[in-house]
Ligand binder design. Structure first.
Ligand code: HEM
Ligand SMILES: *[C@@H]1O[C@H](CO)[C@@H](O)[C@H](O)[C@H]1NC(C)=O
Ligand SMILES: *[C@@H]1O[C@H](CO)[C@@H](O)[C@H](O)[C@H]1NC(C)=O
Length: 497
């Protein structure tokens, strides 16, 4: 399939190069960058090692703000902590638009909280934040939902009897179950066929979106959409997830009690009804389409991200056993072995908190950020970026910023500890990005990471069959997302249990 796409591409590009008359317009006054070819853009400047490496190399020549043509369209790259803050925070109005991802655009079409813009985005974002905070979804807080999942996971891991396991499935399952619990009001058993199908569709889609074929598609969606490729499979997968969500919404509708929302879907349906009855807002964004696509958005944004961070985290814990031991000492001291961890413990566990920060920093899961667009013609650092131009905040350049981290290339929790051993904030720490588009699930993700790491390490010691110095951390993939290499781990029950 991919070969056929490549062949088509080569032939078509040849033809188009022959026909090409219009150079990319020197429009606005974009930041500098390498000279693009017609249609192909800066394809020739792309490093084999991937987008991030290509951009970092171009940065060396052109500085922190530069333009790269991905195919025919210009993208403005922002590097460095100050630059990204200046744009995403100080100039939030201009820089908080959202760009598209070509391979999934036909499904999302600017509905739902991730890909919406303007008033639609504001309404969905505000609603989602307040609903998921505190008790907007009934009596159970997000914290309790995560604690429940963590105990279920411990039981499941106990069943592995200390044998070597690829942990991927477990982390997929628990992070997806948190979203299930929030939106559907229920978690699923790890053996439930419906749940397993959902996981398959979801995680297969992530792999497809980061595939080579999808990256090509991203450059030339205009005509590649007429050819087979992974974008078609992604669309099919997402449509099947949508059908699953629609069925759940239907069930919620039938059993809705407008005085007692059980979960996110209930809260949304109640709001839909209220707007309809009040007749105050004819252009309401609280409609079926936005409900379905926002739920799909929460699955898309909130599963692979947390799961990859956990997977990378345990790999690092295997690589640095003396750090793991210190975390376990802190767990023993602060939590003990007679009760489950709670979020209140975090404030008393600066070392563990620092380790989790450092895991997130070095995981660097969105090295080139998530695409933004400028919402109007924007003057920035002497350049003029025309409305609608894409902007990538290169998050790797902050997480790896030598002005903020003493040894950015080493794994060291001291990056987040002061001399008294207290947690130290760092302005360059932005794995969730920053500004108005900052990750909507930031506090949920941080709660997940803390509760999952501590609950697992309270109940198990971890081990593998390799010596720490033989553990290779080289990422398996580093495109739009960065993925750790596959590995195996043992979860050995702790003696105190
Ligand atoms: C370790 C875990 C996570 C990381 C590192 C992460 C990181 C990010 C990043 C970098 C963005 C893009 C921000 C931007 O546009 O500049 C984002 C957006 C988003 N994230 Fe997360 N995320 C994580 C977990 C979650 C979870 C658990 C949820 C849901 C409960 C979630 C929901 C979202 C949503 C809805 C958006 C889109 C926000 C918008 O466009 O307004 N994320 N996340
Ligand atoms: C995990 O360990 C804690 C503390 O020892 C204990 O309270 C809890 O029951 C254990 N979880 C499971 C599922 O065994
Ligand atoms: C950022 O990218 C560089 C170059 O690929 C890599 O060496 C570094 O580990 C990345 N930074 C972080 C914090 O992961």
């Amino acid at each position: 399939m991919e070969l056929s796409v490549l062949l088509f591409l080569t032939v078509l590009i040849g033809l188009l190069l022959l026909l090409a008359r219009d150079h990319p317009k020197a429009y606005g006054c974009l930041p500098p960058g390498p000279q693009p070819l017609p249609f192909l853009g800066n394809l020739m400047q792309m490093d084999r090692k991937g987008l991030l490496q290509s951009f970092l190399k171009i940065r060396e020549k052109y500085g922190d703000v530069f333009t790269v043509y991905l195919g025919p369209r210009p993208v403005v790259m922002l590097c460095g902590t100050e630059t990204i803050r200046e744009a995403l925070v100080d100039r939030a109005d201009a820089f908080s638009g959202r760009g598209k991802i070509a391979a999934i655009d036909s499904v999302f079409q600017e509905y739902g909280v991730i890909f919406a813009n303007g008033e639609r985005w504001k309404a969905l974002r505000r609603f989602s934040l307040t609903t998921m905070r505190d008790f907007g979804m009934g009596k159970r807080s997000v914290e309790e939902r995560i604690q429940e999942e963590a105990q279920c996971l411990v039981e499941e891991l106990r069943n592995t009897k200390g044998t070597l396991q690829d942990p991927t499935f477990f982390f997929h399952a628990i992070t997806a179950n948190i979203i299930c619990s929030i939106v559907f009001g229920e978690r699923f058993s790890y053996q439930d066929p419906k749940f397993l199908r959902l996981l398959d569709l979801l995680f297969q889609s992530f792999a497809l979106v980061s595939s080579f074929s999808s990256q090509l598609f991203e450059l030339f969606p205009g005509f590649l959409k007429y050819f087979p490729g992974s974008h078609r499979q992604v669309t099919k997968n997402l449509q099947e997830i949508i059908i699953f969500i629609e069925q759940r919404v239907e069930k919620h509708r039938e059993t809705l009690d407008s005085t007692a929302p059980r979960d996110y879907i209930d809260a949304f349906l109640i709001r839909m009804d209220k707007v309809r009855l009040d007749k105050t807002d004819p252009n309401t964004e609280f409609n079926q389409r936005n409900l379905i696509i926002t739920v799909l958005s929460l699955f898309s944004a909130g599963t692979e991200t947390s799961s990859t961070t956990l997977r990378n985290g345990f790999l690092l814990l295997l690589k640095y056993p003396h750090i793991t031991e210190k975390v376990q000492k802190e767990i023993e001291r602060v939590i003990g072995s007679h009760r489950a961890p709670t979020l209140n413990d975090r404030a008393n566990m600066p070392y563990t908190d620092a380790v989790i920060h450092e895991i997130q920093r070095s995981s660097d899961i969105f090295p080139i950020g998530v695409p933004h667009i400028v919402t109007k013609d924007t003057h920035f650092r002497g350049y003029i970026i025309p409305k609608g131009t894409e902007v990538f905040p290169i998050l790797n350049s902050t997480l790896n910023d030598p002005h903020y981290f003493k040894k950015p290339n080493t794994f060291n929790p001291d990056h987040f500890l002061d001399t008294n051993g207290a947690l130290k904030k760092n302005d360059a720490f932005m794995p969730f990005s920053t500004g108005k588009r900052v990750c909507l699930g930031e506090s949920i993700a941080r709660a997940e990471l803390f509760l999952f790491f501590t609950t697992i390490l309270q109940n198990f010691t971890v081990a593998t069959d390799k010596a720490p110095e033989d553990i290779d951390l080289t990422p398996m993939e580093c495109g739009v997302g960065k993925l750790p290499p596959p590995y195996k781990i043992r979860f050995l029950p702790r003696l105190s249990n």
